[in-house]
Design a protein around this ligand. Structure first.
Ligand SMILES: NCCCC(=O)N[C@@H](Cc1c[nH]cn1)C(=O)O
Ligand SMILES: [Zn+2]
Ligand SMILES: [Zn+2]
Length: 520
């Protein structure tokens, strides 16, 4: 099922067997019934109407291509040769698709990924593609990724994760929303203009990679290298790799948090111990580690590392109003997240703690016994993993120092004979955009046209590192224009993208091209 009110879209209305114009009168009728929550957009005319009709008529083909892409197990997280080959195949399929569109495609060799065991695996090539180089048109560059998180049916998927399965308008499958669907939606939009033999309103560039879920190891270097080459003519960058905050209301994203990832190792020796033979006569690494991890954050979510909040940007009244304007039903959000109670009771507090305050999460313990059963082991060496989501204007190296000092202090109080080592293994900066930029304006207009409503202006609590890298390196406007609904379950079991979001999203990109051309 598409999210509530699928009837508000031309694509869903298509099933009523009316023409587009008939749909609009039916739409007006539905709006009356609904109390007019969404204001109707003016009907698309001329080229836009043709484009929308084409997308509606060809939606099954677009879904079929998504099915073919989902069938490729392009998991970049597990470093094994079989999956790496799948990833290479995925990038090959995408390059071929872009060539068929008439794009000039360069599959740039990205070198090797060195693995901790000394082996290496090929990093899939990064696709740089371009279509059109008319100096009178703006050049919009789309970034997306075609690698996915691991998924096995036995992890709790109701359907095979690599067989796209449609149930009630939901397209289930790994990568449907993250990020194969949005990449294809952009391609669908471009291909629609080509199929209609219409001039593309903008020059289009693509950066498509296959290692995003593994930290994009080769991308930053390529962006630096191509700054004066491929990227020199880019005016705007669009990323569609996050979700709306609602099942129904589209969104535009203007900020993400950063992340600093820490490993804290506590070691007695490299081998495990028998707890009957050694239990009671030594400092157990796991007990030290649990105490260290337990010292990081309290039960209200407050980070306990001294000084960590010192540089967090203060909240302004104007900023507070932006959270008030977001149309978020807290109760629905809570229920759909299957959480009994959130730490905050108001929408504003919740959004601020997701978007504009740091948070600390404990991710796991390497070396710990975690299987079913009752093994009487004392792990000899354990590594705790946690990360801190960073916000403006926290300073990464200050955070690193504060974390290390805090853990040193807690560990020293335990008088343990074990060895503790702390390292920050990843440092990703937060990103914020200028929403007064032309492309934000164009996107808002396109959203109004396609969805008949203003977007929620949102930030995202997670991190899309490439946004900041693009912004700093190319120094052009970066915008996040998500297509997926809040309940899509990226990285989770039963990931899905609604057919409605995929098809209306394809229209949104097409409408965005036309709005960009008007503003240029
Ligand atoms: N909704 C977009 C999510 C993208 C994502 O999951 N990014 C990762 C990136 C990351 C941060 N630290 C390590 N990897 C995330 O966890 O935010
Ligand atoms: Zn993604
Ligand atoms: Zn992801």
């Amino acid at each position: 099922m598409p999210p509530e009110r699928p009837e508000f879209t031309s694509c869903a209305l298509r099933s009523f067997g009316h023409s587009y114009r008939h749909h609009l009168s039916f739409l007006a009728f539905l709006l009356l019934l609904d109390g007019g929550m969404f204001s109707p957009s003016s009907p698309p005319t001329g080229l836009l109407e043709k484009v929308f009709q084409y997308i509606d008529l060809h939606q099954d083909e677009f879904v079929q291509t998504l099915k073919e892409w989902v069938a490729v197990e392009s998991d970049s997280v597990q470093p094994v040769l079989r999956l790496r080959r799948e990833l290479l195949r995925m990038m090959g399929l995408a390059a071929e698709r872009l060539r068929l569109l008439g794009a000039r495609v360069d599959s740039v060799d990205a070198g090797l990924q060195q693995l901790p065991d000394g082996q290496s695996l090929p990093i899939p090539p990064i696709i740089l593609a371009e279509l059109g180089d008319d100096p009178k048109k703006p050049t919009v560059c789309f970034y997306g990724h075609l690698d996915v998180q691991p998924a096995r049916q036995e992890d709790g998927w109701v359907t095979d994760p690599h067989t796209l399965t449609e149930v009630d308008g939901k397209l289930y499958g790994r990568g449907t929303t993250d990020n194969k669907g949005p990449v294809l939606a952009w391609i669908n939009a471009v291909s629609t203009f080509r199929a209609l033999d219409e001039d593309l309103p903008v020059n289009v560039k693509f950066v498509i990679e296959g290692m995003e879920e593994a930290g994009s190891p080769a991308l930053e270097e390529l962006v630096q290298k191509e700054k004066a080459g491929f990227f020199s003519s880019v005016d705007y960058i669009v990323i569609s790799d996050n979700l709306w905050i609602s099942r129904r209301t589209p969104a535009l994203t203007y900020g993400t948090r950063g992340n600093s990832y820490f490993m804290v190792e506590v070691k007695c020796r490299d081998q495990d111990f028998h707890s009957g033979t050694f239990g009671g006569i030594l400092n157990e690494p796991m007990a030290d580690l649990v105490a260290l991890l337990g010292s990081l954050v309290d039960s209200s979510g407050r980070i306990l590392i001294p000084g960590i909040y010192d540089h967090v940007a203060p909240v302004t009244e104007e900023e507070k109003r932006t959270y008030e304007a977001i149309n978020l039903d807290l109760e629905e959000y809570r229920k759909s997240s299957q959480v009994k109670k959130f730490l905050f009771d108001t929408k504003e507090e919740l959004l601020m703690h997701l978007w504009r305050y740091p948070s600390l999460s404990i991710h796991g313990i390497e070396g710990a016994f975690h299987e079913p059963g009752a093994k009487t082991v004392i792990p000899g060496r354990v590594i705790g993993k946690f990360s801190i989501r960073l916000v403006p204007h926290m300073n990464m190296s200050v955070v690193e120092k504060q974390v290390k000092q805090h853990l040193d202090y807690i560990f020293s109080k335990r008088n343990s004979s074990n060895q503790m080592t702390v390292s920050m293994t990843l440092g990703l900066h937060p990103w914020t955009a200028n929403t007064r930029d032309n492309q934000y304006l164009a996107a808002k207009r396109a959203i109004k046209t396609v969805f008949g409503t203003e977007p929620d202006m949102i930030r995202d609590g997670s991190t899309i590192p490439i946004a900041k890298i693009f912004q700093d390196t190319i120094q052009k406007s970066v915008m996040m224009l998500p297509l997926g609904a809040v309940d899509d379950g990226e990285h989770s079991q039963n990931e899905k993208m609604n057919r409605w979001n995929y098809i209306e999203g394809s229209k949104l990109f097409a409408a965005f091209f036309l709005e960009m051309a008007k503003l240029h």
